[in-house]
Each structure stands twice: as structure tokens, then as C-alpha cells.
Design a protein around this ligand. Structure first.
Ligand code: NDP
Length: 370
């Protein structure tokens, strides 16, 4: 399929006529036109490295506008007010954030705080009646995630996870090919994602703030990728952990290999690490063809090849696509491409089982009833 030609055909329909998430590919051209009339008004909570990346990416958005900020650091709020033209009345700290409920100018809060604070912050924002977009991993475990989903439902707010790959053109094309049967019956998946972690004092190495190590941070990409590469939910898992630096990784996992068994009989062989670089790939093999993405999960540019040759999808900043995609879903009531809180829960159930398998010396953990 000529995805560029297909994209250009869809482009002529205009931004409002086609769900961004339906597009097999979105191109830079989409972002050269005017902003849409309706805008999703977003506040970012936790102005760190990723929050800043999102803020920069949102400058190009057509349907989402950055209008607010929540931070524990007053100097950052001052900086963001100037840099992103945020009015003082739309700025909060973690103590005052519940007052956001009285602010009619903010629709959604994007939570980009450390992992183990997501639970508390999602509950706070839902209680304030605002839609929530929460970074991965959604929480420390499935129990917390279930509660977050229930609280958001009760509050009548939408709850999404920052699974940006679901808006990324190569990834969307992989899913389209699999759903269209172009790969045939899926036979095997091999996914991995990791990097060498730096500063030994960072929160990512502290269990109380990170919830876990490489698995929680980036292993989640390999796991989520195995689910969208197969279109199935795993029924059993096994996992093995190795630790070469027990001082640095005293509190969190360093390297984990894990296997996911699916109802069709497919086994996904996956890995994650905080101890070496150049470890990033999604490889799905079917009876009729294959897709290999490498890099597959980082900011990219994502590159891919299939049994038909190199992939030709456009390269667009993931966070721009994600924020316009979320805006399109909320403002135009479009279906979401598997980025709901319920999708986060499916991953957390597996993560819990992976850690259980490790605790039990690599035992096979059945997922039914979990
Ligand atoms: P940073 O440490 O750079 O930023 C986190 C921010 O959270 C801080 O700057 C701070 O902002 C706020 N914060 C509130 N309480 C604390 C606390 N106790 N300790 C430290 N910071 C605190 O982390 P990242 O931006 O890299 O990661 C944030 C989240 O985003 C994580 O959940 C991570 O998994 C996710 N992420 C997702 C990526 C993706 O590609 N989807 C990529 C990178 C990260 P302030 O001073 O404003 O309060």
C-alpha cells in the first residue's frame, strides 16, 4: 500500500473529517495549516524533562493548546508563564492544584511527574473534574490502576495514558497491516527496549518514586508492543532478572528478560535493561510477512522494514501527534487507539505477574483471574 498517497487523499478531507488516529500516516503538511476552531486546553503537571518536551511539541499542535502548569518549583512557573504565554491564573502548585476545579479555562491535565506519584495526582485531578492524561507507567501496580479508573469514571472524566507510539505513523502502519491480514497468522514477536542509566542519584533508581526499574520505565514499551503486534492479550508470563550492579540497582530491577504466552500459541520474547545501550527493536513475524521497527519506541526517528521493503511513513514529533490525537478523541468523540486507562491496567496486570514470576524464580504465572 502507498501510505503517502493514501495519506494525501485523506488529507484533502481536512483535519476535522478524518480521525487523526485513523490515518495510516500523518505528515508535516498537516501542521502547515491553521489551528482548528475547537481546542483542547491543557495544563502540564510536573515541569521536568518530559513535561518540557511535551510543551515544546505542543507549539505545533492544531487541536490542543498549552494553557496551564502545575509545579512545585516557583521559578519554573515564572519561566513557563513567559515561555509559553501561560496566564498566572492558570498556574498551580501541588497544594493549590485542587482549585483547578474552579477554572473553566482548563480541560485536561497531563501528569508528567515521577511514576509513583501518578496514582495520587490522577486521583487529585479527577476529583477536580478535569480530564486526565497520565504518563507511563500508569501506576505502581494493577490495584492502584483499578482505583484510578474507578475514580475517573465516577468523576465523569476521561482517563488516558501517554502511550505515544499508538499515534506514531510506522506503528500505526504495523497495526493496520496486522489487522488487514497482510502478515498472515502471527507466529512470533521479539521486542526489547532499554538503555544505560546514568546518574545513580536520580529518582528512577529509587523504588518509592519509580515503583520499579527498567521494566516500569521502558520495559513497558516492549510489553505494550507485544500486545499491539499480536492483537491478543497474554495468558501466561515468565520472567528472569539479572543484576550486575547490585549497588546502583539496589532498589530497582536492572535487566529483565520476559516471555508472554498468547491464546493463539504465539510467544513474545521480550527484554528490558538499565545497563546497556542500543537495545531497541520490535519484530513481528507472521506466516505471510514481517514488520521490523528499529528504533521502535524512542523518539526516533522510527525506522522500519517489512517483507515488502523499507517503510515509508512520515516522521513527526510523537508528542505533537499524541496531543492532537487526544484532542481529536475528546473534542470530536472519536474512538481512542488503545490509550485508555483500561489499556494501562492490562499492562500493569502483566507487570505485576512478571515481578511475581521473578520472585518465584522464573515460575510460569497464569494471568486468568488476575
Ligand atoms: P523529571 O525528573 O525530569 O521530571 C519530573 C518532574 O516532576 C520534576 O521536574 C518535578 O517538576 C516533578 N516532581 C514532583 N514531585 C517530585 C519528586 N518528589 N521528585 C522529583 N520530581 C518531582 O522526570 P521525567 O520528565 O523524565 O519523567 C516524568 C514522567 O514522564 C515519568 O513517569 C516518566 O516515566 C515519563 N516519561 C515518559 C516518556 C515518554 O516517552 N512517554 C519519556 C520520559 C519520561 P516540578 O519541579 O515542576 O514540580
Amino acid at each position: 500500500m502507498d501510505s503517502r498517497r493514501d495519506f494525501l487523499q485523506k488529507l484533502t478531507l481536512g483535519i476535522g473529517a478524518t480521525a487523526l488516529t485513523d490515518l495510516p500516516a500523518t505528515a508535516r503538511e498537516l501542521y502547515s495549516g491553521p489551528k482548528a476552531d475547537k481546542q483542547l486546553r491543557v495544563a502540564i503537571m510536573g515541569l521536568g524533562s518530559y513535561g518540557t518536551r511535551v510543551a515544546e511539541a505542543m507549539k505545533d499542535c492544531k487541536m490542543a493548546t498549552l494553557v496551564g502548569a502545575v509545579s512545585g518549583t516557583p521559578a519554573k512557573l515564572e519561566d513557563w508563564k513567559k515561555k509559553y504565554n501561560i496566564p498566572a491564573k492558570n498556574t498551580y502548585n501541588y497544594e493549590t492544584v485542587s482549585k483547578i476545579k474552579d477554572n473553566p479555562d482548563i480541560d485536561l491535565v497531563y501528569i508528567t511527574t515521577p511514576n509513583s506519584l501518578h496514582y495520587k495526582h490522577v486521583l487529585q485531578i479527577a476529583a477536580a473534574g478535569k480530564h486526565v492524561l497520565c504518563e507511563k507507567p500508569v501506576a505502581d501496580n494493577a490495584k492502584q490502576t483499578r482505583e484510578m479508573i474507578a475514580v475517573c469514571e465516577k468523576a465523569g472524566v476521561k482517563f488516558y495514558i501517554g502511550y505515544r507510539m499508538h499515534f506514531e505513523p510506522h506503528t500505526r502502519e504495523l497495526i493496520r497491516m496486522r489487522e488487514a491480514g497482510e502478515l498472515g497468522k502471527i507466529m512470533h514477536v521479539n521486542n526489547y527496549m532499554g538503555f544505560k542509566s546514568g546518574d545513580p542519584n536520580q529518582w528512577r533508581l529509587k523504588k518509592a518514586l519509580a515503583g520499579g526499574g527498567a521494566m516500569m520505565d521502558v520495559g513497558i514499551y516492549a510489553l505494550n508492543g507485544a500486545r499491539y503486534a499480536t492483537g491478543e492479550e497474554p495468558i501466561w508470563v515468565t520472567a528472569q532478572e539479572t543484576k550486575t550492579d547490585p549497588v546502583k540497582f539496589k532498589e530497582v530491577d536492572e535487566t529483565i528478560m520476559f516471555q508472554l504466552g498468547f491464546p493463539s500459541g504465539v510467544v513474545a520474547s521480550c527484554g528490558t535493561t538499565y545497563n546497556f545501550n542500543n537495545y531497541e527493536r520490535l519484530y513481528v513475524i507472521g506466516e505471510k510477512g514481517f514488520v521490523e521497527l528499529s528504533p521502535a519506541f524512542s523518539y526516533g526517528p522510527i525506522k522500519g522494514r517489512t517483507h515488502n521493503g523499507p517503510m515509508n511513513q512520515p516522521v513527526i514529533t510523537h508528542q505533537t501527534l499524541q496531543m492532537d490525537g487526544i484532542a481529536d478523541i475528546i473534542l470530536n468523540n472519536k474512538p481512542d487507539p488503545n490509550v485508555s486507562g483500561a489499556e494501562g491496567l492490562k499492562d500493569m496486570i502483566v507487570v505485576d505477574a512478571l515481578y511475581e514470576s521473578i520472585r518465584k524464580g522464573g515460575a510460569k504465572i497464569m494471568l486468568a483471574g488476575k
